[in-house]
Write a protein that binds this ligand. Sequence first.
Ligand code: FE2
Length: 483
Amino acid sequence: MNPKKEVDIKISKYLASIGNTYEPFHFSLNEKLEHASEIKRIVNDQIKFIAPELTPNESDHLKKIEKTGITQFDTPFLDEDQLSDIHSYLSKQQAYPAHIPYYDKEHPIRHPYNYKGQILSFDTKTIVEAPHLINLLSSRKILNVVTHYLGTTPTFFDLNIIFSFGGEEKYHETQHFHRDHDDFHHCLLMVYLNDVDMESGGHLYATNSHQEAHRSSSIAPTIGANNSVTDTYDHTDNFVMETVIGRRGTGFISDANGLHAGSVPAIGKRRMIFWARYGLGENYMWKHHNHRYWGFSNRTFAEKVNNQSYSKNCLNGHVFRFFTDSYDVKEARSISTKGDGCMRKTVKYGWNIGVYGKNYFAMKQSDGSVAIEDYVERDDTLEAARKKLSKNDILVSDNELELIESIKIHRPYPQVTGILSDQNGYNIAAYGKNFFAVPQSIGAINLEEIVSLNDDRTTLINKTQHLDIIVHEDQKSLLEIIL
Ligand SMILES: [Fe+2]
C-alpha cells in the first residue's frame, strides 16, 4: 500500500473512534487543537518529520505567527512583471459568482474584470494553469514557515482566487468574524493581487485569538440549518482586530483557527486575493470544494511544484498529494457535495438569496430556513421552477443581479428587518420601502402592529409620531437626521 494513503486511513480511523468524519466545525478551538495533536502524531509516525532549517527572516515570521496568529511579509511574493502576467491571464478567463466556484458553478461570468456584482472566484483548473501561483504556494519560504509552525508535514488541500467588489452591505458569511473549520489546524496563505488599503476590504484578524488561553477558545460553534456554522466569541477577551493592508504582491500567513473576517470593499474599490491552505489531511472542505470537478491536470500541478529540496525528502509527495495524484474527471464530476444542494448565497433587502442549479431563489427572511429542494428540482428550467412555486411567495430568476435589483425596486423588506442598532439612541429598521428610527427609550415594539406595508407616507407619520419614531424613504437621509 502506498504509505501516503495509509496516513489518511489512519487519520480516518482515529476520527471514527471519536465519532467524527473529519468535520472540525463540531469543536471549540481547544478541542480542535487536542484532535490536531493526535492527527499530527499519526502523520509524524508515517512521514518522518524533519523541521526545516529556517533563515533568520523565516525564524522571525515563525515567532510572529506563534505569538499573534498572523505574520505579514513586507517583501512582495510576486513582482510587478509576475503580477501583470497573472492579471493579463485572469482577465481573459471566466469566473463564478460565489466565494467558492463550486458553490455557483452554473453561472460562469465571461468578463470578470467588468463584473457588476459583489463577489467572484476562479476555478482550480484556471488557477493551476495561471502563471507563478503554484510555484509560489510551493516555495520554500512558505512551506518552511508553515511546516515548522504546524509541527508536521502539512497537507495542501485548497486554493482559490477571490475577487470582491465594493458594496453597501456584507455579501457573505466570510465577511463576518469566524474561525475556519476546514481542518483541525491549518495555515492560510493570502496574497493580495491588487493594492489593499483600509477601504479595499483588507483581511481582519483578531490577534492572539488562535491561542488556547482565552474564554472564547472553549466556545464551540453553533450549527444551524444546512450545516451553517456560526462562531461566537467572548467580548471580555478584548481581542485587538487588526486590518491587514498591503501593496499588491504582498501577503501573509495566518493560523486560520484564529478569528478573522474579510471586510467589504467600499463602493468603487475592489480586492483580489489568492489563497492557499495547508492542513493535516483529507478534510471535509477538500471534499466539498471538489477541486477535481474542474478537470485540472495533476501533471501540470506536479511540474509547477517549486521545491526540489522537499522532493528529495519525499515530502512533496505527501504535501501536495491531493493535487498531484492522478484522478478520473468523470468520476470527480459524478460526486455530489454540499455545493450541489441549494446554496444560500446572501441576504439582500430582507430576502435570503439562494442558488440551486441554474436558478436563483429569493425567500423572505421571515419564512426562516426554506429547503428549496423540497419544491423544485436542480435541473428545472426557469419556467418549471416558477410554475412549481407559484403558490409560494418565493421569487425565481436565472439572473442573480436582476433578481436583487428587482427586489430592491419592487419588494424590499417584506417584513420588519433590523438594519442598525444603537444609532445615537435609535435602532434603525426597514419595512417595505421605508426606514424607521425607533427611539431605544420606548423599549421593544412590534412595528408590524403599528404600521402596514401599504401605508402611504402621511399615514405612516400619523401612526408613528406619538412614539417619536422618525420615518424616511431613504436610509442615508434618516441617519443624517438622527446623527
Ligand atoms: Fe475564513
